[in-house]
Structure formats: C-alpha cells, structure tokens
Design a protein. Sequence first.
Length: 153
Amino acid sequence: MTGPDPAARNPSFRYRVYWEDTDAGGVVYHARYLQFLERARSDWLASIGVHQVPLRERHGVVFAITKMAIDFRKPARLEDELSVTVAVIAIGRLRMDFEQRIERDGELLLTATVQAACLDAERFAPKRTPAEVRERILAAAGAMTPAERGTRD
C-alpha cells in the first residue's frame, strides 16, 4: 500500500454515461447509479492506497454494503460527464458510513448515504477493519469527532 493522496479528502471522480447505462430514451437506468457510486468508492480506496485484492489476501477481509439510501433528484443522460464524490461521514472498527453525490456540470442529480461493513472474507461475518486500513481512511477523511471515529459499529 502507498501513502494517502492529500487530495483524497473529498475526491471527485469523473465518469461518462454510455449507451449501456441508459434506457431506450437515453436516460440513465436507476440501477446504474449504484455502479457509478461503487466505482467511485473503489477508486477512492485505491487513491488512498487501499486496494481490494491485497486487502483480501493480506488481511482476509472484504467490504460489503449493508445499507444504502438514495435520493434521485434529476436524471443523467447519454454522454453526460458525471462527477461522483465520496465523503466518509463516520468510521468505526466494523463499519464506515459514506455520503456520496452525483453531479453534472455542478448540478446535483443524486445523493446517497452508504454503509459498508468490514467482513471476514471466508465467513462473511463482521470482522474489525485492519488498523492500517482504518488509519488510512481516517487520514484521508480528515478531522472527525471522536464520536464519529468509534461509535458507528
């Protein structure tokens, strides 16, 4: 793992909308938004040096989404360039909470709150986030209150 990128605190990842993302009318199909959100969280983790294959191989853990709430505001369309942000709003030893946004040219299209749990890769049972990984996430997330750092498990 490499050191965290200082720009990773509130990163924005850009993705283009392709035909495969849309319905017959050229509007992004609702389930595709989850893929954009997932891709941004994965890209964010990679940007801070947390890569998912080594996470599983070295630490025997994976992250899994346990809860998600989405507020659809406006549709994205074919060939739009979307900006997807990732912000950690809480982290505990077993789980972390994110707030994500999807925008087009500064216009808010969607907000989501996402809860991810750290799981044992073999048993899919809760397992503490490795200290090294938790430290990287905390460093990238910036200052959080003590309550946010430890009471979300």
